[in-house]
Design a binder for this molecule. Structure first.
Ligand SMILES: CC(C)(COP(=O)(O)OP(=O)(O)OC[C@H]1O[C@@H](n2cnc3c(N)ncnc32)[C@H](O)[C@@H]1OP(=O)(O)O)[C@@H](O)C(=O)NCCC(=O)NCCS
Length: 177
């Protein structure tokens, strides 16, 4: 059966879930962490939206979306993390986020950056139609003063729909449509 995915605006009440998720082992290096106060500040920022992805009625992951201030229809998937990785929740929630983004009038480009070594995220983004556009050299500054490259990826409204991967929940005959 196709799992039910719901996107909803996150509230302060969701910050425990978000902060625990971003602090799981290995996560601070890939998604970064904020204090509660910093999250509240981000949540209140114009053009920023915190989204909770529920799968089968329970919180499965979160995303932070930022509309670029250039007013040219660019939306950034700024943060994206699942509580439990590798069980398909990321694909379900990202698919819903993409549909919702391009159902919004004026959004033409959904973009993100990812550490080149984050193979799981790269695979997922590629599977859902994001194209690799190049390396932003030294774009990520770390607390120790070092810098890392980031890979720029984007999906455009006009891009063809991504092919569902074999084994993805929506690819099974009983889940079609
Ligand atoms: C990145 C993330 C959001 C993806 O969500 P997810 O639920 O784990 O992803 P899914 O299970 O839907 O899909 C993962 C895909 O990567 C594949 N994969 C798993 N391990 C892999 C590896 N080591 N190398 C390459 N691909 C891998 C899976 O097989 C799956 O592809 P498939 O469906 O074609 O088989 C999640 O893993 C996460 O929260 N990671 C930590 C935070 C993070 O890195 N966020 C992204 C920052 S840009």
């Amino acid at each position: 059966m196709k799992p039910g995915v719901t996107l909803r605006d996150a509230t302060e009440a969701d910050l425990d879930f978000i902060m625990t998720t971003e602090r799981l082992p290995g996560r601070p290096e890939t998604v970064g962490t904020f204090s509660r106060q910093a999250h509240l500040g981000q949540m209140a920022r114009d053009g920023t939206r915190y989204v909770l992805g529920d799968v089968n009625g329970g919180p499965a992951g979160f995303a932070v979306l930022r509309r670029d201030a250039d007013d040219m229809g660019n939306l950034q998937l700024h943060r994206f993390a699942m509580r439990q990785a590798g069980i398909g929740h990321g694909a379900l929630i990202l698919d819903a986020l993409i549909r919702q983004a391009f159902a919004t009038s004026g959004i033409e480009r959904l973009w993100l950056d990812v550490l080149p070594g984050n193979s799981v995220a790269r695979r997922l983004y590629g599977k859902l139609g994001f194209r690799e556009e190049g390396v932003m050299r030294g774009a990520l500054g770390l607390p120790d003063g070092s810098r890392r490259d980031l890979l720029l990826m984007a999906r455009l409204r006009r891009d063809p729909p991504a092919e569902p991967a074999q084994g993805a929940p929506w690819a099974t005959p009983d889940a079609a449509g």
